[in-house]
Design a protein. Structure first.
Length: 429
């Protein structure tokens, strides 16, 4: 049943009335430098915030054995976070509506060189409509919106008439294992909603992602005898060129793939990190190249990983040096398949109505080439998995920021969506 006009207007005003507090809380999240492996304090903060609102609380660790046994599990490395997953559970007095997962991740990517930022990377500075800081868009504004959309209803004396799980995970930026652990823990609902920074649009399709490291070994000698050695860094450059051929071939394979065939370059190989050598005057004996590449929905991580390994092996066998010193390909993070959100679900229809009421225009959808935790709910929970969120700039870049006016609109959309999707009942005093 659609919302009546009076309730819709009351919800819109409630979000407006609570937005100063929401902005302050978002700023507090941004000011916590929750890079990989250092998310414990921010997860504690979310735990306290949810607990203080009266939600039933759960907190649990990731189960490496269970994750590695699941086809959606990504690869563990020494850098894998051990921060806990936090879930706040709202249970209605009477289950009348449809249940919902609201998820966010609070891990952020490294901030890069501080002297390139206009202000400190975790300042949370507000300049006009924009809040700056690493993670402001991706996705601490969304994490706050999850709480304050529910707060807006509560300020009206209402709560969802269905179970709502507010889930805060880590490892979204490197493996996706945090979201997978919520599935393995048994959490599911009639729909999932993740307010990532998606330009006020709904994600229709999303690529999978692989992380891998190519490990090259050379023959070290003094540079005066360079011709008698083998430079591992030079050899790594040649392997990167071979990897670019894989990228080119996978982009040619877009033909006939809905949501991707009209994209100019849907598959991107990123050479994200190179380390090698020990001394400027020694021919380097080692070089490690860390890479990230996208894969189409429907292509398994196992299948894509095998092709990468086989093609690097084939290239090495044709190289005079590498044939006798074969490189190793080690998968060390994302090992995740993409997904497509099927059109026509009632969850999407409800979101479309909420969006139009909040923003005043029909909702658009698009394909995004970055990883999203929505893949867990789409592929394994097999429920409608909605990714929709605010406008932002420079996520993963310098001077990342999020539009506060857009955050307010998105929070309004979310509150309207929750009210219609879950239904409402009076808060028990």
């Amino acid at each position: 049943m659609t919302l009546d006009a009076d309730l819709r207007e009351r919800i819109i005003k409630a979000v407006e009335d609570g937005f100063d507090a929401q902005t302050a809380f978002t700023q507090k999240l941004v000011q916590n430098p929750s890079v990989r492996g250092h998310e414990h304090s921010i997860q504690d903060l979310l735990f306290r915030e949810l607990q203080g609102r009266g939600y039933v609380m759960d907190r649990f660790d990731m189960d490496r054995t269970a994750i590695e046994a699941h086809p959606g599990g990504s690869k563990f490395s020494d850098d894998h976070s051990d921060a806990p997953i936090v879930v706040g559970i709202h249970r209605p007095r009477e289950e009348k509506g449809r249940s919902l997962i609201l998820q966010s991740h609070l891990d952020v990517v490294p901030e890069g060189l501080h002297d390139m930022w206009s202000d400190a990377p975790f300042s949370g500075k507000i300049d006009g409509d924009w809040m700056y800081g690493r993670g402001s868009g991706d996705m601490k504004a969304g994490a706050a919106a999850n709480l304050f959309a529910l707060d807006a209803l509560r300020s009206l004396g209402l709560q969802p008439a269905a179970t709502v799980y507010v889930q805060s995970v880590v490892e979204e930026e490197s493996t996706g294992n945090g979201a997978l652990q919520t599935f393995l823990q048994g959490y599911t609902a009639d729909a999932a909603f993740i307010p990532e920074p998606e330009e006020e649009m709904l994600v229709r399709a999303n690529l999978g992602v692989l992380w891998f490291q190519v490990q090259v070994r050379g023959v070290p000698v003094h540079v005066r005898e360079m011709g008698e050695g083998a430079n591992a860094i030079d050899a790594a450059y040649r392997i990167v060129a071979a990897l670019r051929e894989i990228e080119e071939d996978w982009n040619k394979d877009k033909a006939g793939r809905p949501h991707f065939e009209n994209e100019a370059h849907p598959i991107n190989l990123n050479i994200g990190k190179i380390e090698g050598g020990d001394w400027a005057s020694s021919v380097p004996s080692w070089c490690n190249v860390d890479c990230r590449i996208g894969i189409y929905p429907g292509v398994s991580a196992e299948e894509a990983a095998k092709e990468i390994t086989d093609r690097v092996k084939a290239y090495a066998e044709a190289d005079a040096f590498l044939a006798n010193n074969p490189p190793q390909v080690v998968f060390n993070g994302f090992y995740a398949e993409g997904y497509v959100l099927d059109e026509g679900s009632e969850a999407e229809a409800v979101l479309g109505r909420a969006h139009e009421a909040a923003i005043g225009a029909p909702m658009k959808s698009f394909m995004t080439a970055g990883y999203l935790d929505n893949r867990v709910y789409a592929l394994y929970n097999q429920i409608p998995s909605l990714c929709y969120g605010p406008k932002s700039r420079n996520i993963h870049g310098i001077d990342e920021c999020v539009s506060l006016s857009s955050v307010k609109k998105i929070t309004t959309t979310m509150a309207l969506f929750i009210a219609e999707w879950c239904g409402t009942e009076a808060v028990e005093r």
